[in-house]
Structures are given as C-alpha cells and as structure tokens.
Design a protein around this ligand. Structure first.
Ligand code: NI
Ligand code: MN
Length: 229
C-alpha cells in the first residue's frame, strides 16, 4: 500500500479502490506540494478528520462536495459539517471500536487537544481523535494533534502499528522528545513519520533531530513523499 505524506498533518492512504485523506490541508498550507485540482483528479473515497482546527479541516468542505466522498469524523464534528456546511455524505462515529467501510476500517481513539468547534452563530463540542486505519492487512496510526499520553501504550498492546504519524511541532502538540517516547516506549510502530512541524511560527521542530533520537532512521523524514508499507 502506498501512503503519501503531503505535509503538516495531511496524509493520503492510497488503496486500490481510491484514496483516504486524513486532515486534508491544501489551501493556505505554506508547505504543500499538491494543489486542490490535482487532488480532486484522484479517486477519493473519504476524508477522515482528527479534529476541527483549520490546519486540519481547511479543504474538507470543498473536497467532500466536489469529490462526493464520505466524511468520517466524530458525531459532533459530523453534525457541524451537516448543519453548517450542508455535507450529506457523512459517517458520524465516535471514540470506540472500528467501523468497516468495505475495504478499510477506521477506529477513533481520544487525543489530548482542543474540543471546541464554532462559527459566528453556533458552537459544538467534541473530542479530538487519533485515527487508526486498517487496510490491506496493515495498521496505520495518525495521532492528529496530541500531547503525550500513556494511552499510546494501548496501541502497542492491542493494535500493532505498522506505520505511525506523530506530531513533533511543539507548542500545540508533542515536542520531539515526547514523540520519541511515544514511538520507542509506547507505540513501537514498525515505521514512524514525524508530522505537524515547520508550517507556522509556533509549529517548529527539526525532524532530523527526531530521526536521530528514534531507533529507526526514516528516509522521508524531512520531505514529502511516498511511503510503501
Ligand atoms: Ni489542532
Ligand atoms: Mn494542528
């Protein structure tokens, strides 16, 4: 299976049937290499969201409407996109067990991060999520925005992660040293990719430092590229 790390927290999982987009952030993303048109030329199965912050949901409405793909998120976030953005093709779920989407399974577990969803008229609260994707006999873990938490140990105990995406960008999420603990001591994935760094002033980290500190050197650590697992 091919997985493309597009920068920031935007990860694309390419299955034979199409792509799953996690936290698509293209417009206004200063580090993105693909544009929205190119993205929409691909077959998109679904958009999966970890949480509502703009650097994770920015292009969700447009992608979901133009590609008519499925929006997968927590129940409250799903309601927000339904009521406020008129997105019908959606699958609300919650922290708990995985759901089978024919060809891939999605499981949400809880991250430690911001809860609030709002616009000028209304607001919603939900829980920020980690996403676990199971497809083609592989388990992929996307930590979204999160601090270090001991719950990550459960991923090693029960989920056996082949590929983990961990934020290292400081201030809003884990820092390099936290992510190293998460990878080495808690999750123990077969491969790990740092995300959510060097996009904004308050999101900064040297991915090479992460690589040096983690036990397995990751080839695409500082770049955008394809990962085959
Ligand atoms: Ni966030
Ligand atoms: Mn973020």
């Amino acid at each position: 299976m091919k997985i493309i790390y597009h920068s920031h927290s935007f990860v694309e999982i390419e299955l034979e049937s199409g792509s799953i987009l996690i936290d698509p952030y293209i417009t206004w993303n200063p580090t993105i290499k693909i544009n929205l048109e190119e993205m929409l030329n691909k077959k998109i199965l679904s958009v999966v969201l970890t949480h509502w912050h703009s650097d994770h949901v920015w292009d969700t409405e447009e992608i979901c409407k133009k590609a008519n793909c499925l929006l997968i998120s927590t129940f409250e976030l799903s309601n927000y996109f339904w009521v406020e953005k008129w997105i019908q093709n959606r699958h609300p779920m919650h922290i708990g067990w995985e759901f089978d989407f024919w060809g891939y399974k999605i499981k949400l577990t809880s991250a430690t991060h911001g809860w609030w969803v709002w616009n000028l008229k209304s607001w919603y609260t939900t829980i920020p999520a980690w996403v676990i994707v199971r497809a083609e006999w592989k388990n992929i873990y996307h930590a979204g925005d999160t601090g270090l938490t001991y719950d990550m140990k459960l991923l090693w105990d029960y989920d056996s992660i082949d590929l983990a995406f961990l934020p290292i960008g400081w201030n809003f999420t884990m820092w390099i040293d936290d992510a190293v603990i998460a990878a080495k001591d808690f999750i123990k994935p077969k491969k790990v990719v740092p995300i959510h760094y060097n996009t904004f002033l308050m999101v900064k980290a040297n991915p090479k430092e992460f690589v040096e500190k983690v036990w397995e050197v990751w080839k695409f650590v500082e770049f955008w590229g394809s990962i085959v697992i």
